[in-house]
Design a protein around this ligand. Structure first.
Ligand code: PMP
Ligand code: GLU
Length: 395
């Protein structure tokens, strides 16, 4: 009998974090690894946010905060939702958590019963399926392909719904495909959901500001009839380069927010108090303060797309947001390179790590085994060098 619970034994290790750990390990052995695996901005947190944290330390913020966050922070979240998304939430509808990851975990724990199905358009963010599974939900993968820009259509959604469907979870801009759902595309999905009033939606908008188009960001909660059935998840990790500060939040129907608050009260208590004080300042700022990062990400996206055009066997869409490329590399399956046979995307990603010293993540972890994910949250020099190395090991 295993000493560990089935729950943890059956859980997969986060592939993004595992690859980042592997890259760190190899670096410690002296290998010159270029890390394109982790979805983490390589910028510093802006100074005005750091100053707010220093001020909070000096102001002696050292006690437990309210479990669902300081009122001033919840007010800043409400301001942000109104200003950026035209969504009107009230204080009891907002919960601040230790990263959007905890927000997602809370939601699964409070809404799913054993056997409840959760529709996940593929590719989906790596942790969705394990967060759902650990809550005894059943992930239902809906395959999409490069031909629909990796987006789920309304008819695919309709076909995936069964009497057991409880939720739909998706991110837009999408990690890992970079696709954005337009307002019209969300309306098409909503027209199906409206016929099934018991289905709730998680709209993960953490890459909202990393949008390279002139299309405004569209929120599912803003679509007619969806506000009371949508949990809007967001956070500061990506837009403000604050991954390690661990602050995320939700806007949700108040009965769901109350349940998340109760869950969190038994599991983590409130989020780190210094980080919360800093995030008040971040969210009250005009989002244009981070435009310099977004402009740089766009330059890198274009550079990466250009460089990949030269690589035979990498088929990719043009991501409209986030900072990932998700090329289909199935061209290499069955081929033997440098004595190593590539059976699938996991082999290919490992091959790139071992032979080119470039860390990527297998698409299998995101529900698409034909692709790999490449994060271009790395310097232009690193991107150029990485593609040069990849090219050299593919011949
Ligand atoms: N959702 C998506 C789509 C993500 O890529 C991430 C990665 N950080 C998260 C949620 C979790 O973010 P956080 O750092 O706020 O936990
Ligand atoms: N969200 C990032 C990624 O997809 C960070 C890693 C993680 O939280 O799993 O790489």
């Amino acid at each position: 009998m295993s000493l560990l619970s089935d729950r943890i034994t059956n859980m997969s290790t986060s592939a993004t974090l595992a690859m980042a750990a592997k890259a760190r390990e190899l670096r410690a052995e002296g290998k010159d690894i270029i890390g394109l695996s982790l979805g983490e901005p390589d910028f510093n947190t802006p100074d005005f946010i750091k100053d707010a944290a220093i001020q909070a330390v000096n102001d002696n913020y050292n006690s437990y905060s309210p479990v669902d966050g300081y009122v001033e922070l919840k007010e800043a979240v409400i301001t942000k939702f109104k200003r950026d998304n035209n969504l009107t939430y009230t204080l009891p509808q907002v919960v601040v958590s230790t990263g959007a990851k905890q927000s997602l975990y809370n939601i699964a724990q409070v809404l799913l019963n054993k056997g409840d199905e959760v529709i996940l358009p593929c590719p989906y963010w790596v942790s969705y399926s394990d967060i759902v599974t650990v809550a005894e939900g059943v992930p239902v993968e809906v395959k999409t392909s490069i031909t629909t820009d990796f987006k789920m259509t309304a008819s695919q959604l309709e076909a995936a719904i069964t009497p057991k469907t409880k939720m739909l979870w998706f991110s837009s801009p999408c990690n890992p495909s970079g696709s954005l759902y337009s307002k019209e595309e969300l309306e098409a999905l909503a027209s199906v959901l409206i016929k099934h009033p018991n289905i709730y939606v998680v709209s993960d908008e953490i890459y909202e500001h990393i949008n390279y188009t002139d299309k405004p960001h569209a929120s599912m909660a803003g679509i007619d009839g969806m506000f009371d059935r949508t949990i809007t998840v967001n956070g500061v990790s990506k837009a403000f380069a604050m991954t390690g500060w661990r602050v995320g939040f939700i806007g949700a129907p108040d009965w769901i927010a109350r349940a998340c608050n109760k869950m969190q009260g038994q599991v983590t208590s409130g989020t780190n108090c210094i980080a919360q004080r800093a995030v008040i300042t971040a969210l009250n700022a005009d989002p244009s303060v981070v435009n310099y990062m977004i402009d740089e990400f766009k330059t890198r996206r274009d550079m990466m797309l250009n460089l990949l055009e030269d690589l035979e066997g990498f088929k990719t869409n043009t991501p409209e947001g986030a900072f990932y490329l998700f090329p289909d590399v199935s061209h290499f399956f069955g081929k033997t390179l440098r004595g190593k046979t590539i059976h699938n995307a996991t082999d290919f990603s490992l091959y790139l790590l071992e032979e080119a010293l470039v860390a990527t993540v297998t698409g299998a972890a995101f529900g698409n085994p034909d692709c790999i994910r490449i994060s271009y949250a790395a310097s232009q020099e690193q991107i150029k060098e990485a593609v040069k190395r990849i090219k050299a090991v593919l011949v």
